[in-house]
Write a protein that binds this ligand. Sequence first.
Ligand SMILES: Nc1ncnc2c1ncn2[C@@H]1O[C@H](COP(=O)(O)OP(=O)(O)OP(=O)(O)O)[C@@H](O)[C@H]1O
Ligand SMILES: [Mg+2]
Length: 287
Amino acid sequence: MSTTVDEMSRRTGAMSSAELSGERESRATVGDVTVANPRMVCRDVDVWYGAKQAIKGVSLDIGKNEVVSMIGPSGCGKSTFLRCLNRMNDTIDGCRVTGSIQLDGQDIYDKGLDPVPLRAQVGMVFQKPNPFPKSIYENVAYGARIHGLTNNKAELDELVSASLQKAGLWNEVKDRLDQPGTGLSGGQQQRLCIARTIAVSPEVILMDEPCSALDPIATAIIEELIDELRANYSIAIVTHSMQQAARVSQRTAYFHLGDLIEVGETNQIFTNPKHRLTEDYITGRFG
Ligand SMILES: Nc1ncnc2c1ncn2[C@@H]1O[C@H](COP(=O)(O)OP(=O)(O)OP(=O)(O)O)[C@@H](O)[C@H]1O
Ligand SMILES: [Mg+2]
């Protein structure tokens, strides 16, 4: 049975353009941006690339043991916002971040804060698997060495094997730890990158389209893994796949042209979006 846009809009209570314009001026996000148990708290975050504003007054909590997915059309600022959470934008010339972002109550943009350990606490997995040109073992051991996390070879061996197990890769690589990480399949490489991130004991894992270079089977394995990792970590994932957001996340945030338009429980966002722009996106009208 076909449903017209207006019927759907009435049913979902999505906002009209007129309501929207008032909404847009105040830049208010529809839905509750807070959670009861926040690990990260972002408030009024603006990001500029030179004179161009890419993120506009975004406030969002990331809770303990939850997966938050960030969706929205290309160029809406998902990656930019994700990179704010571990100060990866610091590495981009001309990029300026204002507002406040806290991890466990501490301002991560505090002048005295060293971004290097921060990036271990808030780790990142990228779109394209990017193992170092080193052995499988060394890929996972790398961060632990830099951060001085282990005291001897036995401890490091233990950390490498535990991290590979948590990333669901141990059984496939335990007999070839000395072989290059780049020799693994794409899906295995991505799990290797996840193991490398886990090895330095993060609290939060950021994933920017982690499955977009993977086939459906490798994607399913990573999605299962994300669900398991939630027991120990907070996860923020950017995805272009609404099915993936629905499968892996408990909350979903919809971005549009630098604004965080709506946030809510994933199920609500996909079945009963409150904002017209969210509805347009999830029903495939644009993006
Ligand atoms: N390094 C940069 N320098 C200048 N502008 C940038 C830079 N990175 C991103 N932008 C701009 O900021 C805006 C947001 O980009 P961003 O990459 O965050 O979007 P996105 O939602 O992740 O898009 P996609 O889904 O295509 O990955 C875009 O207009 C983009 O052109
Ligand atoms: Mg992006």
